[in-house]
Design a protein around this ligand. Sequence first.
Ligand code: NI
Length: 258
Amino acid sequence: MVATSVEDIRLQLRSWPEVEAYLKGCKGVIVPLGSTEQHGPTGAIGTDALTAEAVALEVGRRMGVLVTPAQAYGMAEHHLGFAGTMSLQPSTLLAVLHDLVLSLARHGFERIYVINGHGGNIATAKAAFAQAYGTAASRGLPNAANLRCKLANWFMAPEAMGLAKELYGDKEGHHATPSEIAITLQLEPSLQSKQRPLPEPAPAGPIHSPEDFRRRHPDGRMGSDPSLATAEHGARFLDVASTALAADLQRFLEEPAS
Ligand code: NI
C-alpha cells in the first residue's frame, strides 16, 4: 500500500475496469458509516457522517485503499425527539449493511473495514456482519470462507480518546462531544458561526425512547461541552484517529484467510 490522492481512492470516481484491476492487488475496502442526527444546540446534524467519511478518506489515502460512499443514515431512534434527525430502525440498518457487504463480497472484496462515527450503530453493524457471513456461505460465494468484516469506531481509538481527555477532561461527555464537533469545524469552517458558550449539560444516562431521551437531555447533549472545540483540535483528531485506524487496517489486511 502506498499513500495516494483522495481522488484515486474514492470508489465513486472509479470506473468498473479500474475496480476490477484494483481487486487483483488488494481485496480491502473501507465503508464510512455515520448517522444523521441532532448533535446538541450548536452541532451539525451530519456530524457523525462527516467525521466518519473524513477519517475514512484520510485512512484510504494513506493506505491506497478504496473508500465507498458514506452510509450517512444510521440507527438514531433515540434522537428522533429532535428536529432534523433521520433514523433507520435497527432491522433496516442491518439489512442495508448486509446487502452492501454482500455486493462487495460478490466482486471479490474480502476485507471490509467499516469506519463508524456513531455509537448507536455498533450493535446493529456487528449483527449485520454475522448475518452477511451466513448469507455469503449459503449463496455459495467462492470467497465466503475468506470474507472478513471489521468495525472501527474512530472515536474509540485509544489515541483519540487520550487526546480528548487531554484537551477536554470530563467535558468530552458522551454525545455532541467536543472531539467530533472539532472535526466538523476543521472540515466545514462555516460551522464556526454556531459555536457559543453553553450552560452545564445534562449528565449521560440510560437510553430509552425518544421522549425519554429529550426529557433527560433537553438540549440534546450528554455530559459534553462542544463549545471547547476548535478547528485546530479537529485537525489533530483527524490525524491521530487516521494514524490509529491505518495501523489497524494494515493488520486487518494482513490477517491470514482461513
Ligand atoms: Ni456523534
